[in-house]
Write a protein that binds this ligand. Structure first.
Ligand code: FAD
Length: 359
């Protein structure tokens, strides 16, 4: 395949909710757009969610631009969201190639050459929307490699069945940690380790309230006002049914981190040792930016310096989704819309009227 065969105005790397939201707004322009997604099927990271995973907010609060998620009883399940994303991309007839793993992006003649495992694409602008799922984070604990038990990251957790009857250590104080602990503690003897005491939201607070509170804080900051910190950030634990049930069983109790690993378990700060068959890391993710490394713009913290959503050092490259650093709540279904729209507008302005780069 030669690069000349595949010139586009815009290549979007990724095919999850962030990529689809930008593609939606770019439909309103005359630009040619191609999405390259390493996944085999639609749905982005949601495909990998655990079996019982549900959204924190009802469907009407969790929609992409243009077409709302069909209403379902209660909170949408993982499969509801995957179905919605699959229908969404079909409805708007986006050009998407799957599975295509983008491995490298180089600047060339005012545009970009996008290298992938399936060939090479040329683009005048690139929008990176690769999310975080493929880059799970595990904190450093001494002697981890000498621990012989099973280790799993929440990225790969599906359900509690494989842990039945075991001694399991769940590490991480966010919603993943709380939900996985709640489930695993039903079939295994579990211990929960969190850096600090977990913050549980009131039982009647769901994603809507969280988002409203966080939005009020964000707006106040934009306007230079200081708003009293509302109780609850986006990362605090939402009391979904399984977590409430764990509280009722008396198992929703966390202890502070251990000192190091032993061969069969962990050694606590006081020197005592506990054996564990398995450790489940619910310790989050980092942006999946390997494909941008050769551009020399990925910082020590694994981020990229941005002006809005455009790279400061590589004009013509935008990043959407990922986390707060690309925009407030930008990795959520509802929060990403604002940045998707702004990004599409900037891309259109930057490329307007210019011929498609060809060599
Ligand atoms: P992803 O969904 O990860 O999509 C990225 C896509 O890019 C994938 O298809 C991947 O295969 C592809 N890709 C990656 N690297 C490459 C590459 N090099 N080349 C080509 N393709 C590539 N959000 C909400 O709005 N509400 C919630 O209630 C909610 N709950 C959540 C609960 C949990 C436990 C978790 C983990 C997340 C939750 N989120 C929620 C957040 C949301 O699921 C994610 O942040 C969202 O999936 C991000 O979308 P994205 O499109 O940016 O990335």
């Amino acid at each position: 395949v030669t690069t000349e065969e595949r010139p586009y105005d815009v290549v979007i790397v990724g095919g999850g909710q962030s990529a689809l939201a930008v593609a939606y707004f770019l439909r309103r322009t005359s630009l040619s757009v191609m999405l390259l997604d390493s996944a085999h099927a639609p749905g982005g990271a949601w495909v990998h969610g655990w079996d019982s995973l549900r959204l924190f907010s009802p469907a009407q609060w969790s929609s992409l631009p243009g077409w709302s998620m069909p209403s379902v009883e209660g909170y949408p399940t993982r499969d509801d969201i995957v179905d919605y994303l699959a229908q969404y991309e079909k409805r708007y007839n986006f050009s998407i190639e799957r599975p295509v793993l983008v491995t490298d992006i180089c600047r060339d003649d005012g545009g970009f050459i996008v290298h992938a495992d399936q060939g090479v694409w040329r683009a005048r602008a690139v929008i990176s929307a690769t999310g975080t799922w493929s880059h799970p984070y595990v904190p450093v604990y001494p002697n981890r490699s000498s621990y012989v038990g099973q280790q799993m990251h929440s990225a790969h957790y599906r359900n509690a069945t494989p842990f039945t009857g075991q001694e399991v250590l769940v590490v991480g104080g966010g919603n993943s940690g709380a939900q996985i602990l709640a489930e695993v503690s039903g079939v295994a003897k579990s211990t929960w380790v969190t850096q600090t005491e977990p913050i549980f939201l009131p039982d009647d607070v769901d994603g809507r309230v969280l988002f409203e509170r966080a939005t009020a804080k964000w707006k106040a900051r934009q306007e230079g006002r200081v708003l009293q910190d509302p109780p609850g950030g986006l990362g605090d634990v939402v009391m979904v049914d399984s977590v409430k049930a764990a509280r009722e069983r008396g198992v929703l109790k966390a202890v502070r981190p251990f000192r190091e690993f032993a061969e069969n378990g962990v050694i606590w700060q006081d020197g005592s040792e506990t054996a564990f068959d398995a450790v489940i890391w619910c310790t989050g993710f980092r942006p999946a930016l390997r494909h941008l490394e050769s551009l020399g713009i990925v910082t020590q913290e694994g981020k990229v310096a941005l002006s809005g959503t455009q790279s400061v050092n590589v004009p013509g490259l935008w990043l959407v989704g990922y986390g707060e650093w690309t925009g407030f709540a930008s990795a959520t279904l509802i929060g990403g819309m604002r940045y998707a729209k702004a990004t599409a507008l900037e891309v259109a302005q930057a490329l307007q009227g210019e011929p498609l780069a060809q060599q």
